[in-house]
Design a protein. Structure first.
Lengths: 266, 265
């Protein structure tokens, strides 16, 4: 296999709940990836977030196979339903498509520093898996305060061997400053640009603050169209080396080190 | 090499779009704490870097405290910019504010090409009995009406657009996610041909193609929400959209230019 160049490190498979978006079915996703030159995308199935673990596991494995391995996946851990989450995750161990763990404190209604998250950080250490979490700023939506970046610090500091990706780089407000602070302070923290974080000059700002080696391209499709994020990297005022890292190398370094020279970080 | 080629191609295509931004802003808003102050200098630089050749410009003070003061500031700050036009902030014509188009002393400033209302912020409903006379004035002058989707309800927009079919209404996709509301926005646009949608936050997957295919490219108006947001976002959506070049040109600027070309001065 040729080394992928563009890797979307944050997307979802399955119907996006109450939301209407166009083209979320697997064939549509693959068609869009082909059109935009996205070689691989890391999926977190909506059904997994919603707690339908077995259904989501089956769909994720199927998508991995049908896509010819272009859609590796993260298993979602919900501490409120720990047994089911871990059961599904255990069933994925050893499969080449299983590349990491997703947590979502806001969606699951549990603060990111809650002690019930400890087991998954242990699990990630034991199985050498990276964790990607939804992170956001405190906003009009009250559940977002559960995912403020600083809440993750106790686990980040205690589990230095777990590579941790802050999804949405802390969101559109004060969370971004917190996310940058943590990525500067801890070698195992990375930031992805997925979602509707559309502020002026975001990507160069992150690169200047934490270095290009810590920033990952992600889309959050089908919520957010990948074109809303891809242009932000392709047209950013950055050199090609930085863009190459952001568009794919960093994601592979964190989630699929077998595809690039180097060892898995955790 | 592949990256340089890809970037060069996108830049070439962006140049060819002849972009006109329907949503540029001066000042700043507390709703977006990380944004830099929108000065004319910053906005001019952002336009230049983003291939934007003209813009409808607004001022943030309009939605926060005083629309009259906002309009004065706006007109002063864009006075010497050839391709910048004002989106004035107005209130219902009754009661008559001292600085209102209903006042005998009122003179329409020459740079005005659109009007925005903030019903929620100024605590009135966007309904006929309250804004009807304003709508009639806008129709007479052929001025399009801009409304942030967070400032009203889709029910009120439907009733107003139906009551005034000659009024061109541009729904703005800010300041919160409009993607949550597409099950209302799309039927609303289908029902009301005089409603257009601004694109700065139109980021749900495949939505540009969906609207072009099902409603027509003439319904979309390119906007950036700069300098709070990065024009690269709506530009990237448009550049890589799976639609014809003619449709891209329409969305990029031709639709808005056509609307404001009809404004009575």
């Amino acid at each position: 296999m040729t080394t992928p160049r563009i890797v979307d490190a944050h997307m979802h498979l399955g119907a996006p709940g109450t939301l209407f978006t166009f083209g979320w079915e697997l064939a549509d996703i693959l068609r869009l990836m082909d059109r935009l030159g996205i070689d691989r995308a890391y999926s977190m199935h909506h059904n997994w977030l919603a707690g339908h673990c077995e259904e989501a596991r089956t769909a994720s494995l199927e998508a991995f196979e049908k896509s010819g391995g272009r859609l590796p996946f993260l298993a979602v851990h919900n501490p409120n339903e720990e047994n089911e989450s871990l059961h599904a995750m255990n069933a994925c161990l050893g499969h080449e498509g299983f590349i990491g763990i997703k947590i979502h404190p806001s969606f699951h209604g549990l603060s990111a520093d809650d002690e019930r998250y400890e087991s998954i950080w242990d699990y990630a250490t034991e199985h050498r898996l990276p964790i990607l979490s939804h992170t956001w700023s405190e906003t009009y939506n009250p559940v977002q305060k559960l995912s403020q970046p600083m809440l993750f610090e106790k686990y980040i500091a205690s589990y230095p061997r777990v590579a941790f990706v802050m999804g949405h780089c802390g969101g559109p407000g004060a969370g971004r400053g917190q996310a940058i602070h943590l990525a500067q302070k801890y070698p195992n923290v990375y930031l992805d640009i997925a979602g509707d974080i559309f502020s002026l000059g975001l990507v160069p700002e992150l690169v200047q603050a934490v270095g290009a080696h810590k920033v990952l391209f992600g889309s959050d499709m089908p919520w957010i169209d990948p074109r809303a994020r891809l242009g932000a990297v392709l047209l950013a005022n950055l050199d090609d080396t930085a863009k190459t890292q952001i568009l794919g190398q960093n994601a592979m370094h964190v989630f699929e080190p077998r595809l690039v020279a180097g060892e898995r970080l955790c | 090499m592949w990256l340089s080629e890809m970037e060069a191609e996108l830049r070439k295509q962006a140049q060819a779009l002849n972009l006109f931004d329907a949503s540029s802003w001066l000042g700043r808003t507390t709703a977006l704490p990380l944004m830099d102050e929108g000065t004319p200098e910053l906005l001019g630089r952002v336009h230049k870097e983003s291939f934007i050749r003209g813009a409808l410009v607004s001022h943030w003070r309009a939605g926060q405290d005083c629309s009259q003061e906002s309009n004065r500031l706006l007109l002063r700050q864009i006075a010497d910019r050839d391709n910048w036009y004002a989106t004035l902030s107005l209130q219902p014509l009754l009661p008559v504010d001292p600085d209102s188009p209903a006042s005998p002393k009122w003179v329409w400033p020459t740079k005005v090409r659109a009007v925005r209302v903030f019903p929620s912020s100024f605590q009135y409903p966007l309904v006929d009995w309250c804004v009807g006379s304003l709508c009639e004035m806008l129709i007479e002058r052929r001025l399009p009406l801009f409304v942030l989707h967070t400032e009203t309800t889709f029910q009120d927009l439907y009733a107003l657009a139906s009551r005034y079919p000659k009024l061109r209404i541009v729904i703005e996709s800010q300041t919160r996610k409009i993607l949550y509301h597409m099950r209302a926005v799309l039927p609303l646009m289908k029902a009301c041909p005089n409603i257009h949608l601004e694109t700065s936050n139109l980021c749900a997957q495949g939505m540009v193609e969906y609207i072009v295919k099902n409603l027509g490219a003439d319904r979309l108006i390119f906007g950036t929400f700069a300098p709070a947001n990065d024009p690269i976002v709506p530009l990237g959506m448009l550049l890589q959209a799976d639609i014809s070049q003619a449709d891209k040109l329409a969305i990029a600027g031709d639709n808005m230019r056509r609307l404001i070309a009809k404004v009575q001065r």
